[in-house]
Design a protein around this ligand. Structure first.
Ligand code: ADP
Length: 529
């Protein structure tokens, strides 16, 4: 079973790690491709976004200029209302509104500030620009031409960019012109504001820097450059540009690659950890079931051997084959010793099952621990004396006060330790039992001169069913329960078990029991810690 499990552990690597590793490599490659694609996708997105924003700016100018400049013939004549009209229909970045009314001699020109106040005393450079922009319409009037009243932009004079619209009468003849002169600086701020506001409205989740002007390169956004788009209606020599406020498309893609890779790596580790945990659980389960099956076979053996001896000796005596008194005593002692071992084994199994199901109850009463140990040792040694077992008992230190102990449990623990000392004695059956009282604790030690315990096994031997699986121990049968019961009982008394061992030289097991004061408080320092 164990070998099968170990072999399956060898399969674990190729079956789990290699596919998972392959998956991670594939994931890496896919994410790298995605990184490259997302750079161009990000650029395309920025290009589309700025196109949309530039179109919005154009549309805004067209709409606002149309509203401000679409005048009927009658409106052109009613001077009193025009100022109010222009004030109520602003155009972004406008410096001045003007109207021209053509007549037979020449024309009447009038100007308004953006807040609708008529301005006298014209700026000559503005007047020149207006003349230049409206010359064609003046000719159209003279020749009596009909015209579609559409918006027209004149940017020949860069300082006085003009949007204008002819005013026509009912028969679509040109009778005048309405226009607006734009202020470049003012307009630049306005357009940047419109573009930024527009961008935020369309893409609320992206933080982008927006710029407008004639100094933006035609660049399509390498690295952290602006991606730009020319304006199409007015300021056609200007471009609007955007770029991510924090990172270039390459940096964005690289950071998302790192982010994705981190998640994939994390998921991989979690998966590996989960598989490792599952593997560990399976290994533990397999080990436990192996130990259980060993336990069943060991216990069966432990039961069968003394039972068959008892049966054989019993039969001899019944059939009257042994008549010598000396032999009868010997067989009787043998039967007694074997049945005591059986009782101890069964007690251990019953105790273990109670401990496992948390049904084990202890009956503590004030006990003279030295006396208890001495009696138990004597009871254990007597039947084994003939087999060469000698147990030297000694007590040192000031006599301890009566301790609150469960006598049966402590005696059973001691018998378990003595039994192990005999079982693993390797021929040297001289055992020492000492009780040392050291103020805040009483230490009961059982020392043998047997096979000893390898350092790596010293913790595990207290696990249920655990038996050291090498060397001489193979020849000695046991249930693997003795020490786990010892540890449990020691803990139930507020104490613990210590083991000191040298391979080939012997082991010393010490039960450390705290001395409690009259009010039940534990005085042992380890216990308080
Ligand atoms: P077992 O019934 O196998 O003796 P225990 O729980 O009492 O079960 O002991 C667990 C294991 O610890 C034993 O199988 C043995 O390998 C080791 N062990 C216990 N006591 C001693 C000892 N005095 N000397 C050497 N090894 C010991």
């Amino acid at each position: 079973m164990r070998r099968l499990f170990r072999r399956s552990m060898y399969w674990f690597l190729p079956v789990v790690i290699i596919p998972l590793g392959g998956l991670l490599v594939m994931q890496y490659r896919t994410l790298r491709t995605l990184e490259q694609k997302s750079v161009s996708a990000e650029r395309n997105w920025q290009r589309n976004a700025i196109e949309a924003v530039a179109a919005d700016v154009d549309e805004r100018y067209r709409r606002d200029a149309e509203k401000a400049l679409a005048l009927a013939h009658v409106q052109l004549l009613s001077f009193g209302t025009l100022g109010k009209h222009f004030r109520e229909h602003p155009v972004p970045g406008a410096r001045r509104f003007f109207t021209l009314e053509f007549n037979d001699k020449h024309y009447v020109s009038r100007m308004w500030s953006t807040n609708g106040i008529e301005t006298k005393g014209h700026d000559w450079s503005e007047a020149e620009a207006i003349k230049l922009a409206t010359m064609g319409w003046s000719m159209a009037y003279k020749w009596g031409r009909v015209a579609q009243p559409a918006l027209q932009v004149d940017e020949r004079d860069r300082k006085h960019r003009i949007i204008l619209r002819p005013v026509v009468d009912e028969s679509m003849r040109v009778v005048g012109v309405a226009g607006v002169i734009l202020d470049a600086k003012w307009a630049q701020k306005k357009i940047a504001g419109i573009a930024a506001g527009n961008f935020k409205e369309r893409f609320p989740k992206r933080a982008m820097t927006v710029r407008v002007g004639d100094d933006l390169p035609r660049m399509t956004g390498m690295g952290r450059e602006f991606i730009t788009q020319p304006l199409g209606f007015v300021f056609t020599d200007w471009r609007v540009g955007i770029r991510d406020a924090c990172a270039s498309p390459e940096e964005l893609a690289a950071s998302s690659f790192r982010h994705n890779m981190m998640w994939s790596g994390g998921a991989f580790m979690v998966l590996l950890g989960a598989i490792g945990l599952a593997g560990g659980a399976v290994a533990r389960q397999a080990r436990l079931s192996q130990m259980k099956s060993d336990f069943v076979s060991n216990v069966s053996h432990e039961l069968r051997t003394p039972l068959s001896s008892i049966r054989v000796f019993g039969e001899y005596m019944r059939l009257g084959r042994v008549t010598k008194e000396e032999k009868i005593r010997e067989y009787g002692e043998y039967i007694e010793a074997e049945s005591r071992r059986l009782t101890q084994l069964i007690n251990n199994i019953l105790d273990f099952s109670k401990i496992e199901s948390a049904e084990k109850n202890y009956r503590f009463c004030a006990t003279d621990v030295v006396e208890l140990v001495e009696q138990t040792v004597a009871g254990f040694e007597m039947p084994l004396r003939e087999a060469g077992v000698t147990i030297a008992f000694s007590a040192s230190g000031p006599p301890p006060p009566p301790l609150q102990l469960d006598k049966d449990a402590i005696a059973q623990v001691l018998v378990n330790l003595l039994d192990n000392a005999v079982k693993y004695s390797n021929g040297n059956k001289n055992i020492d039992v000492t009780v040392v009282s050291a103020g805040d604790a009483v230490r009961i030690s059982v020392r043998d001169r047997g096979i000893g315990i390898p350092a790596l096994e010293r913790k595990k031997i207290f696990d249920k069913f655990y038996r050291v699986g090498s060397g001489l121990v193979h020849d000695v049968k046991g249930s693997g329960l003795g020490l786990s019961i010892v540890e449990h009982v020691a803990k139930a008394h507020g104490g613990h078990v210590e083991v000191d061992s040298e391979l080939g030289a012997g082991s010393t097991f010490t039960i450390v029991l705290p001395v409690r004061t009259a009010d039940g408080a534990v005085t042992m320092t380890q216990e308080l810690a």
